[in-house]
Design a protein around this ligand. Structure first.
Ligand code: SAM
Length: 249
């Protein structure tokens, strides 16, 4: 899925650091996918295995319905990580197909476009896991789009899982801590009682994520992701990333 998508994107020459982190163009998207996709994807999957997140996921599987809010979705990295996990659980346990709603929220059109493209590619290859799957996009900035989230809830029901993966920095550039807290607290009113949220941020922003977590009365912890990368010469390269996660339950 990732390889197929990369084939459709132009080279990443002359892409700035900012464009690589927050892609607005197709070449920026290539740089983002090559640099961050695998890292963020597996950080989300590792976090999904934490007790509160796993309970919310299992509760949704039992009910046969899962609603996901992917805030600052980029190219749907988090949503793809959840679907992949669902698919793996389904293959292991022969579960009934589940109905899934995903709302991708990002202000960058190229992120929403590539996110939709990758989700559709993924779903095509895991059709037995999903009974009915709907993906919608919101292109307005969080949290000033809360009324749209409310309307979405009225239409599709409350959310079971919500994610703010690597979006705290742009939020903090625009907002005060109290405004971020208020935005997330209002958003939680659109979530089911068992719902769980995940905030992810890299190791360089410890105080930012810890402050947001404390304000939300949620635990923030340091986590480690270890990846073994098989390069073209077939030698293994071990990479270790420390990051922070806040789980809101
Ligand atoms: C670093 S990317 C992270 C993408 C993805 N969540 C991940 O973990 O790989 C941050 C994304 O947040 C989006 N973004 C920034 N401010 C936003 C806002 N106020 N509301 C919604 N999306 C926003 C950017 O366009 C960008 O695609």
């Amino acid at each position: 899925m990732l390889t197929k998508t990369l084939r459709t994107l132009p080279s990443k020459e002359n892409v700035s650091e900012c464009e690589c982190r927050y892609p607005q163009t197709r070449s920026g998207m290539r740089a983002f996918l090559e640099t961050f996709f695998a890292r963020h994807f597996f950080q989300v999957q590792d976090s999904l295995l934490q007790t509160d997140m796993l309970s919310a996921l299992v509760a949704s599987i039992r009910r046969g319905r899962l609603n996901i809010a992917d805030i600052g979705s980029g190219p749907a990295v988090t949503s793809l990580a959840v679907l992949d996990m669902l698919s793996a659980l389904h293959n292991l346990n022969k579960l009934h197909p589940i109905s899934v709603r995903i709302i991708l929220n990002d202000t960058s059109p190229v992120c929403l476009q590539i996110g939709l493209q990758m989700l559709k590619l993924f779903i095509r290859h895991s059709s037995q896991t999903f009974h009915d799957i709907q993906i919608h996009t919101l292109n307005t900035a969080f949290p000033s789009n809360l009324y749209q989230w409310k309307r979405t809830t009225n239409r599709f029901g409350t959310f079971d899982l919500f994610f703010l993966s690597y979006i705290l920095i742009p939020l903090k550039e625009e907002l005060k801590y109290a405004e971020i807290q208020e935005g997330i607290e209002i958003f939680r009113q659109y979530c089911a009682s068992h719902a769980t949220g995940l905030i992810l941020q890299d190791k360089f922003r410890e105080s930012l994520i810890r402050t947001v977590g404390r304000n939300l009365r949620a635990l923030t912890e340091k986590a480690t992701l270890q990846q073994i990368v098989y390069d073209k010469n077939n030698s293994n390269d071990r990479q270790i990333y420390n990051y922070y996660r806040t789980i809101i339950s």
